[in-house]
Design a binder for this molecule. Structure first.
Ligand SMILES: [Mg+2]
Length: 363
């Protein structure tokens, strides 16, 4: 599965301030060089109807939205987006055999084992994840289910927002053939243009093009990739990125419970495990997160973020306890499984100074 949160920054701004929901919303990266200097980061679908797209200058977006009296322009609030992303990725992760985050709003989930290769079950699982995120965070995302990452991604892109597209192995060719070649990841504007000159407009054209010709034009690696991709072939595994984004552990409780002490008994073990991995890799964390899977199998996630990088076990345990306690106060159901997660990881040496500062200021 490829899960892709819909118009993420703008959707979050709508959630934070529902009164802007029916207006064009444009989230901007201001360069700081003059009032309208900068670019659009994300726009909601209403703004998109006016031709506002990610990456266009803010001044151009304002011009396109001139006729809309109530357009809302907001500056990026990256910290807020990251903290919500962190919680949602924590939910996604629980449903995956292996997990690969590819951006603040996108991730691959390998669910092969848990659905035993059954695409109907995968579709049901996708629905469950959608409901879970909708219920807990009030947010929608689009999901593509396919036999590999390439197809999952193109499937997710084909229906937005709040989409769910399943492409079964036997449907791959029919699904891919009519699409513009540019829908394949890695075929950007320049490459698409070059392909057009070679008479390649659709994926089907690409599939029928001589592979030697592709290799001559684009080199062996890309030429082979384009050829395979056009046939829907992709063997790349779903795996954590080289840069570790988070360290997490999850375990089943001895019994379903709402008792904080019983939960912490297990959670403290998990804290020690994730902390050991953190130390082993020479990393620090800025966020501590918890995951709770309830008796009814709903998945909940909470997190806490510090201003400076941390590296103490004590802080992991205390934060986890605080989060579990707060969560139990908000819910009435019994917990079945619990997890602990460290994220916003950094290299130890780079922030050594911050920690000494932190310790210095608190002693
Ligand atoms: Mg997105």
């Amino acid at each position: 599965m490829l899960v892709d949160l819909d118009y993420f920054y703008a959707q979050l701004e709508e959630k934070r301030n529902p009164s802007i929901k029916d207006k064009p919303v444009v989230v901007c990266v201001y360069s700081g060089r003059g009032e309208d200097s900068g670019a659009v980061a994300t726009a909601n679908y209403i703004a998109r109807e006016y031709g506002v797209r990610s990456g266009i200058p803010i001044a151009l977006a304002k011009k396109r939205l001139k006729e809309s009296k109530d357009a809302v322009f907001l500056p990026m609030d990256r910290e807020y987006y990251e903290s919500v992303s962190d919680r949602i990725m924590g939910i996604f992760r629980v449903y995956a055999d292996s997990f690969e985050q590819v951006g603040i709003d996108e991730a691959y989930l390998d669910v092969t084992q848990r659905v035993q290769g059954d695409f109907d079950e995968a579709k049901e699982l996708a629905c469950r994840i959608k409901n879970s995120v909708k219920e807990q965070e009030g947010l929608t995302f689009s999901v593509g289910v396919g036999p590999n990452k390439l197809i999952a991604k193109i499937a997710a892109d084909s229906q937005k927002p709040d989409g769910l597209t399943v492409v079964r192995p036997e449907e791959v060719q029919v699904f891919l053939s009519p699409l513009p070649a540019g829908r394949i990841i890695g075929i950007g504007g320049k490459t698409a243009k070059r392909m057009e000159e070679m008479g390649i407009n659709t994926v089907s054209d690409l599939a029928n093009h001589d592979i030697q010709g592709l290799i001559e034009t684009f080199g062996r690696v890309l030429g082979t990739y384009f050829h395979n991709a056009s046939l829907g072939v992709d063997d790349s595994p779903v795996q954590e990125r080289g840069e570790v984004e988070s360290i997490s552990r999850i375990a089943t409780l001895k019994e379903n419970t709402r008792d904080l002490d019983l939960i912490m008994e297990k959670a403290n073990e998990l804290c020690q495990d994730v902390y050991a991995k953190l130390v082993e890799r020479g990393l620090t964390f800025k966020s501590v997160g918890i995951v709770v899977i309830m008796k009814d199998l709903t998945v909940h996630s909470r997190s806490k973020t510090f201003d400076t990088p941390m590296n103490q076990l004590d802080i992991v345990k205390r934060s986890a306890k605080e989060l579990f306690e707060k969560f139990l106060n908000e819910s009435t159901n019994e917990a079945r499984r619990v997890g602990v997660r460290l994220s916003s990881l950094g290299k130890e040496e780079k922030i050594q100074k911050h920690i000494t500062e932190f310790l210095g200021s608190s002693s």
